[in-house]
Design a protein around this ligand. Structure first.
Ligand SMILES: [Ca+2]
Ligand SMILES: [Ca+2]
Ligand SMILES: [Ca+2]
Length: 285
């Protein structure tokens, strides 16, 4: 319910570097980095709106490319999103600059598909387990999102509609049916893999929870989300330490292009390799 008393100020220092946007380029500068945590459960609408305001307006929707202001959101609710959702659907098909992965084959599900989808009917994943429609709640009706075969997933950001890696100034997600404390969490990483923040999601059994972290600059490269302690499919049974959790809305800052270290290394390697090839192709004299 409350807003400010759920808002924590967190100062991160040390390993993190701040990236300052200057005239379209990204400048890496070593400095302290401020992060703000937005956490709520139950009636989460006010905290979600405060997080949106921290990231900034407007919602840039499906516009391809990167903009200097605003944010992106995914509510999963459009009928075109298939029940078996490809991991790059929200970058390549619907261009919002987010791609998802898991260590269980990169499979994802979106509930309540439109009539005509081969997986219809489904209500809040009750086609995967008939008890789920009594456990899960929506923030945005009617559709929910989950990784399949695992309870851990990652999100990487791209200049929307492209393969150019990007960073954002914050990420938040709506969770439903968080039963157990100190398990469901989001971990936030910079481009070098440094952990910027790790925050647990407050429980709200059969209800809604929200967690978002915003940063002073677009330094967030990857987020890792842990949903309860059990992949979707099992009966939710927190009394026996089985907690199944799924997701609703994702809200994140506008993706900003970042230099990709792997590309630089790749070009260096290619240069060395190319020089070696050239040497080998020199005719003997
Ligand atoms: Ca939704
Ligand atoms: Ca439950
Ligand atoms: Ca649960």
């Amino acid at each position: 319910m409350s807003k400010l008393n759920l808002l924590q100020k967190l100062m991160l220092t040390g390993v993190a570097s701040a990236i300052t946007a200057t005239s379209g380029s990204l400048l890496v500068t070593p400095s302290a980095l401020a992060a703000t945590v937005f956490r709520d459960s139950g009636n989460i609408g006010d905290t979600v709106d405060a997080f949106r305001a921290a990231l900034g307006d407007p919602n840039n929707g499906n516009a391809p490319g990167s903009f200097s202001v605003g944010r992106r959101e995914i509510n999963w609710d459009a009928g075109i999103v298939p029940f078996d959702m490809p991991p790059d659907f929200f970058n390549k098909t619907v261009t919002r600059g987010a791609e998802f992965s898991t260590d269980a084959g990169n499979e994802f599900g979106v509930s309540n598909p439109s009539v005509g989808d081969p997986d219809f009917p489904d209500n809040k994943f009750d086609s995967l387990n008939p008890t789920y429609s009594g456990e899960f709640m929506t923030f945005s009706d009617p559709r929910l999102f989950t990784p399949l075969g695992t309870n851990v997933m990652e999100t990487n950001f791209f200049v929307p509609g492209s393969d150019m890696p990007a960073a954002v100034s914050g990420f938040g997600a709506v969770f439903t049916d968080v039963d157990l404390p100190d398990i469901t969490k989001i971990e936030y990483f910079d481009i070098q893999g440094n952990l910027l923040a790790s925050e647990f999601v407050d429980p709200d059994p059969q209800g809604l929870s929200f967690l978002g972290v915003s940063f002073d600059a677009p330094i967030l490269f990857n987020v890792k989300i842990t949903l309860g302690n059990t992949p979707i499919g099992s009966n939710d049974d927190p009394g026996n330490n089985v907690d199944v959790v799924v997701l609703d809305d994702f809200i994140y800052g506008e993706p900003n292009k970042v230099p990709e270290p792997a590309t630089t290394l790749g070009l260096l390697a290619l240069g060395v390799f190319g020089a070696d090839l050239l040497r080998k192709r020199q005719p003997n004299r």
